[in-house]
Design a protein around this ligand. Structure first.
Ligand SMILES: [Zn+2]
Ligand SMILES: [Zn+2]
Ligand SMILES: [Zn+2]
Length: 256
């Protein structure tokens, strides 16, 4: 299975507008972070997690040709505002399966009311096939791709993490409930929320993220949803073996 990090930045992106800090003015491409998203490719299937507000730019940069499904973690702007840009894929391949939990569906139908209650004809609309996911109710997107939605807590909001075979993507969270921890056993690769070094009410910060890594024990961990507090090269030495800061364009091969 191949994973590609299309974006690894917090909700503002990095650099942050009007900021001249050390990270925002860095020349290192690993310090340029679009909004978070990852693409999973396995046995001929391509699955995107979240249509970020940078989705169009990410798809063009990555050379995206096809998608089989989109999994939604939650409906915050940085994770969903690129939904309109799936239209070129619809023009070529038709409607696309969109998987989200019930709470996210309420918000998707409100924010993108024009998709679900079209008021005029002409001009293409995104075409989605809605699927509601339930925590721990695994489903197959293809015979070789088993998806398990896992509930994690983002401040007070329940959001979805996804286990895809032996890879798990868990961003925008401050807590992983025991039932979800249980289903993260035996991971090859974990992509985990880690906003910055200082505590935060709705995201993991480094010490807290590393506590979860200790408990989950994936073979490799990539930290994502990173704010400008983190400068890639300067701060890589702060991570233990097996844990790395993800960066835009990073490709990771996972065993099965
Ligand atoms: Zn976010
Ligand atoms: Zn900055
Ligand atoms: Zn969020």
């Amino acid at each position: 299975m191949k994973l590609t990090f299309l974006g690894t930045g917090t909700s503002t992106g990095v650099p942050s507008i009007a900021c001249d800090c050390e990270t925002c003015t860095s020349d290192d491409p690993r310090d340029k972070r679009l909004r978070v998203s990852v693409i999973i490719e396995h046995a001929g299937s391509s699955v995107l997690i979240d249509t970020s507000s940078d989705f169009r730019q990410q798809a063009l940069r990555y050379g995206l040709k096809r998608l089989d499904a989109v999994l939604v973690t939650h409906c915050h702007a940085d994770h969903i505002f690129g939904l309109d840009d799936i239209r070129p894929l619809n023009f070529r391949y038709g409607a696309l399966g969109l998987y989200a939990n019930e709470r996210a569906w309420v918000d998707i139908r409100r924010i993108f009311k024009y998709i679900f209650e079209p008021s005029h004809f002409g001009g293409g609309l995104p075409q989605v096939i809605p699927h509601t996911v339930e925590p721990n109710a695994a489903f197959c997107l293809s015979p070789e791709l088993l998806i398990t939605p896992l509930e994690v807590i983002h401040g007070r909001l329940p959001v979805m993490a996804y286990r895809c075979n032996d890879f798990a993507y868990a961003t925008d969270l401050s807590e992983i409930p025991p039932a979800s921890m249980e289903r993260m056993r035996g991971l090859d690769v974990l992509a985990l929320d880690c906003l910055r070094f200082a505590e935060h009410p709705t995201h993991l910060w480094l010490d807290k993220a590393l506590e979860y890594v200790e408990k989950i024990k994936p073979k490799r961990t990539f930290l994502t949803h990173i704010a400008h507090d983190v400068k890639h090269a300067r701060d890589s030495a702060k991570l233990p073996a097996g844990v790395e800061w993800a960066y835009d364009g990073l490709e990771v091969m996972s065993d099965e």
